[in-house]
Design a protein around this ligand. Structure first.
Ligand SMILES: NC(=O)c1ccc[n+]([C@@H]2O[C@H](COP(=O)([O-])OP(=O)(O)OC[C@H]3O[C@@H](n4cnc5c(N)ncnc54)[C@H](O)[C@@H]3O)[C@@H](O)[C@H]2O)c1
Length: 255
């Protein structure tokens, strides 16, 4: 078990608000040096190294990773967190579908792919590292439910399926280099994203949502397992169930 993260460097995408902001604050408190990026100018308020960057643009990704390496010399943790969610469906307008594809798959999947590709060579050289991909419970429904019931989000769901696939494949290919790769497949979590989607949700429903701080707790538990910890796990994080490794259910894990 690793109990101190002092001097380790974490790169978090989408760190201006929501979960990414919570990860940044909690990891900094745990001793990490934090590097964050976002398209939202509010990223400038991050305590740590902040970059305005679009994860779907290869040149932005290279700029962030190169600058992080120049400043810190290493990257111990990559959290592919930046994401966008909106409805989309097979019958929709052609042009709208193309725009949604570019934006949603570009951010949720291509962005994670780019950061993984940009960071992996450094982690391989270090012979150590962690990659955490932030995904959704739309794919791993709450135990007891047959489906989570999110028809009408084909591109969001497919982008996260693809992301979960990266988690499994990278875990296998990077494992021999001492790099762990896991996914957090979250249910409804109280962030600006969900507040925007669920405008008008009753207070009693909002009260059930997962708190970003609880997800941070699970993340730290995962990291604390150290180099021999689990890898290739897409962890289900469900509303109404405890968020801890002991209570988590993994689907499709490698080891
Ligand atoms: N909130 C939930 O209920 C929930 C559930 C499951 C999964 N997730 C996932 O959690 C992650 C974080 O979501 P959140 O709820 O904190 O959302 P959020 O909208 O509150 O925060 C997301 C952040 O990502 C940034 N971002 C968006 N597109 C970007 C891009 N192209 N480049 C750089 N930054 C970009 C946004 O500006 C924002 O700061 C996402 O991947 C999301 O799909 C959220």
């Amino acid at each position: 078990m690793a109990d101190s993260f002092d001097g380790q460097v974490a790169l978090i995408t989408g760190a201006a608000k929501g979960l990414g902001q919570a990860f940044a604050r909690r990891l900094a408190a745990a001793g990490f040096e934090v590097v964050g990026c976002d398209i939202d100018p509010a990223i400038d308020e991050l305590e740590g190294s902040a970059f305005r960057a679009d994860v779907s643009k290869p040149e932005d990704v290279r700029r962030v990773v190169d600058a992080a390496l120049e400043e810190h010399g290493r990257i111990d943790l990559l959290i592919n967190n930046a994401g966008i969610a909106r409805g989309s469906q097979a019958g929709q307008d052609w042009e709208l579908g193309l725009r949604d594809y570019e934006e949603m798959v570009g951010t949720n999947f291509f962005g994670a792919f780019l950061f993984g590709r940009a960071v992996a060579p450094t982690m391989i050289e270090q012979r150590a590292g962690n990659i955490v991909n932030v995904s959704t419970d739309h794919i791993y429904p709450t135990p007891g439910l047959r489906v989570q019931g999110h028809g009408g989000m084909d591109l969001y769901n497919a982008s996260k399926w693809a992301l979960n696939g990266l988690t499994l494949d990278w875990a296998a290919s990077l494992g021999p280099h001492g790099i762990r790769v896991n996914g957090l497949c979250l249910g409804a979590t109280d962030t600006p994203m969900l507040r925007d989607i669920a405008v008008g949700a009753p207070e009693e429903v909002i009260a059930t949502w997962i708190q970003p701080d609880d997800v941070c707790g699970l993340l730290l538990e995962l990291l604390s397992e150290g180099p021999k910890g689990r890898s290739g796990h897409n962890l289900g994080c469900w509303v109404g169930r405890p968020l801890s490794l002991e209570d988590s259910i993994e689907v499709g894990h490698r080891r």
